[in-house]
Ligand binder design. Structure first.
Ligand SMILES: Nc1ncnc2c1ncn2[C@@H]1O[C@H](COP(=O)(O)OP(=O)(O)OP(=O)(O)O)[C@@H](O)[C@H]1O
Ligand SMILES: [Mg+2]
Length: 499
C-alpha cells in the first residue's frame, strides 16, 4: 500500500500511509484507538475506496471495488466485529457469497472441505451448529475458516484476540504460526503488546492516521518502547491504589442459579457480597458463567433460584430500568449489542438512560445546550476521538465506542458498578485512564465487580478475587493471597489450590 489517504467527514483517517506485508510473515499493526488501523485494512479489503494512493499485489497495481473482488484476489479479513449470519449454520456461512458459477451450491462439498481446513490448521468446529449457538471464540474460527476456504494468501486479523480466552489465544497463535509456515501473509492488529511481541515478525506503529515507523520485532523491542511509539510518551502499566476502606455491603448475591442460552445450568448456587469502596474481581476462563452472572445482576437474564439485593433490597424481579435507577451501572461485554445505538449520535448515546431527567429535559422539552455541554465534557475527559458530539456512534472506532459507554456509565455516579471486560479492545493509554477511573470510583465508595479474563488487570485492581469455574465460585481470595499461578489453577477447576 503506497501513499494511502482516506478522509471521512472531519477526520483524516489515513494520511499518506505506506505499508507492506510479505508472504510467510506476520506483520503487526499497532496504534491507539482511532489511529486508522481498521480503515487502512478496510481499504485493502475493498470495503473503502482510498482518496489517494495505490495498492500493489504481487507486483501489480490493483483496485478493489468490493470485498468480493479482494476475496477473489486472495485477501481475507477477520473483522473486529464479526459479520456472520446468526441464523445460518457454520457450513452455510462459509458457503455464503461464494461464486457458484451458476451451479447450485454443493453444501456437502463445502462441509467436507471445511472439515479438512479445520483439521490442517487445528480449528475445531461443528459444521452443523448455528452461529448463535457458538461462543465468540468459535465464531472467530468460522471467520478464519471462511477466509482460508477462499485461498486467503493474505489474511487480515483485526483484533482477533480481543474477544478470546487465554486458552483460545494460545490456539489462535498456533493457528497463525501454522498459516505463516504455509506461506500466508498475515496482518495482525492487537492492543496487547505481549502478543505483538510473541507473534509478529515486523511491527508497524500508526498514530493519528500516519505511520510512525515499521521495525523488525527484535531484542530491542519491548512493551515500553512500543507504548512510547504509539502514544508519544511513557505509559504507566501498574496503577497505584490507595489502601482499602470498605463500607457496607452494597451488592449481595445469594445462592444464585441460572440457565444459559441453550437452557443448560450455567450458574450454580453463586453467593457473593460486594461492599462500598471495594473492587471484587471475578476471574475465570470465559464461558464459565461470568457473563451470565453479570446479566442476572443487571436484569438481562432471569435467575432460576436465589436472590440479588442492592443496598439490602431485592432487585431480582425489578426491570433493568429500575435497577439502573436504583444505582446500578453496567459496562457490558457485548458492547455492540447492549451498549450503544449505532444510528444515534454520540451525544444521544451519552444520555441514553438519563435523557428524561434534568438538566437534559424539562417537561416535554430537551435542553440541547445542557446535552451538548455534558457530552462534550465526556468526550474531553475520556478522550473519545470523534469529529463532534453529533457524529453517529457507529462511525467511531471500536475502542472509542467502548470509551463512550464507559464514560456514560461511570458519570452516572453509580452505587454499584458491574464492569465486564472494561478494557477489552481499548488502547494502552485508555486502559491506563480507565484503571485510574475505576480506582477513583472505588475511593468514592462505589462497590465494583470487575469481570475480566486479563489476570494482570484483575491483580492490578482487585481487593478480593472470586474465581468462577463451571458456574460456581470455587474460591474467594484476598488480593495478598492471590498470584497468577494460584488463580490459573483455580480457573482450571483445581480447588486444592484454595488455601
Ligand atoms: N465509516 C466511517 N465514517 C466516519 N468516520 C470513520 C468511519 N470509520 C472510521 N472513522 C474514523 O476514522 C478514524 C480511524 O478509525 P479506525 O476505525 O480506522 O481506527 P482504529 O485504529 O482501527 O481504532 P481502534 O483501535 O479503536 O479499533 C477514527 O477517527 C474514526 O472515528
Ligand atoms: Mg479498529
Amino acid at each position: 500500500m503506497r501513499g494511502i489517504v482516506k478522509r471521512f467527514p472531519g477526520v483524516l483517517a489515513n494520511d499518506h500511509v505506506t505499508f507492506d506485508v510479505e508472504a510467510g510473515e506476520i506483520h503487526a499493526l499497532l496504534g491507539e484507538n482511532g489511529a486508522g488501523k481498521s480503515t487502512l485494512m478496510k481499504i485493502l479489503y475493498g470495503l473503502h475506496r482510498p482518496d489517494e494512493g495505490q495498492i500493489v499485489l504481487d507486483g501489480r497495481e490493483v483496485t478493489f471495488h468490493s470485498p468480493a473482488a479482494s476475496l477473489a484476489a486472495g485477501i481475507g479479513m477477520i473483522h473486529q466485529h464479526f459479520m456472520l449470519v446468526q441464523t445460518l449454520t457454520v457450513t452455510e456461512n462459509v458457503a455464503l457469497g461464494m461464486n457458484t458459477n451458476g451451479v447450485t451450491l454443493d453444501l456437502r462439498g463445502v462441509r467436507k472441505r471445511l472439515l479438512e481446513i479445520s483439521e490442517i490448521y487445528g480449528l475445531k468446529i461443528n459444521p452443523d451448529a448455528y452461529i448463535w449457538q457458538l461462543s465468540v471464540g468459535e465464531q472467530q474460527r468460522v471467520e478464519i475458516i471462511k477466509a482460508l476456504y477462499r485461498g486467503g494468501a493474505l489474511i487480515i486479523l483485526d483484533e482477533p484476540t480481543a474477544v478470546l480466552t487465554p486458552q483460545e489465544v494460545e490456539e489462535l497463535s498456533d493457528t497463525l504460526k501454522q498459516m505463516r509456515e504455509q506461506g500466508h501473509a498475515l496482518i495482525f492488529i492487537s492492543h496487547k503488546l505481549h502478543e505483538v511481541r510473541d507473534l509478529s515478525d515486523r511491527i508497524t506503529v500508526m498514530r493519528d492516521g500516519r505511520v510512525i515507523d515499521t521495525i523488525p520485532n527484535d531484542d530491542t523491542v519491548d512493551r515500553r518502547k512500543l507504548a512510547r511509539m504509539m502514544v508519544g510518551r511513557d505509559v504507566v502499566f501498574q496503577p497505584t491504589k490507595p489502601p482499602l476502606s470498605a463500607g457496607e455491603v452494597r451488592l449481595s448475591v445469594r445462592s444464585l442459579s441460572a440457565d444459559n442460552d441453550q437452557g443448560l445450568l450455567c450458574l450454580r448456587d453463586v453467593s457473593l457480597d460486594v461492599r462500598a469502596g471495594e473492587i471484587v474481581g471475578i476471574a475465570g476462563v470465559s464461558g464459565n458463567g461470568q457473563r451470565e452472572l453479570a446479566e442476572v445482576i443487571t436484569g438481562l437474564r432471569h435467575a432460576t433460584s436465589g436472590d440479588v439485593a442492592l443496598g439490602g433490597k431485592s432487585i431480582l424481579h425489578a426491570p433493568v430500568a429500575a435497577r439502573l435507577e436504583a444505582g446500578l451501572a453496567f459496562i457490558p461485554e457485548e458492547r455492540h449489542r447492549h451498549g450503544i445505538i449505532g444510528a444515534f449520535s454520540v451525544a444521544e448515546n451519552a444520555i441514553l438512560q438519563t435523557h428524561g431527567r434534568e438538566p437534559f429535559s424539562r417537561g416535554p422539552f430537551f435542553n440541547f445546550g445542557a446535552i451538548a455541554r455534558y457530552s462534550n465534557d465526556l468526550i474531553r475527559r475520556f478522550n473519545i476521538k470523534t469529529p463532534s458530539a453529533k457524529t453517529p456512534a457507529k462511525n467511531l472506532s471500536g475502542g472509542n465506542i467502548q470509551k463512550l459507554i464507559l464514560a456514560r456509565e461511570l458519570s452516572r455516579s453509580p452505587s454499584v458498578l458491574i464492569a465486564a471486560q472494561p478494557t477489552r479492545g481499548v488502547d494502552i493509554s485508555a486502559t491506563e485512564y480507565i484503571h485510574s477511573v475505576l480506582i477513583q470510583q472505588r475511593s468514592e465508595g462505589v462497590a465494583i465487580v470487575l469481570i475480566s479474563e486479563d489476570l494482570d488487570e484483575i491483580l492490578a485492581l482487585s481487593d478480593r478475587i472470586a474465581v468462577i469455574y463451571e458456574g460456581q465460585i470455587v474460591g474467594i481470595l484476598n488480593r495478598e493471597e492471590a498470584d497468577i499461578e494460584t488463580l490459573g489453577l483455580m480457573m482450571a477447576g483445581d480447588t486444592t489450590a484454595v488455601s
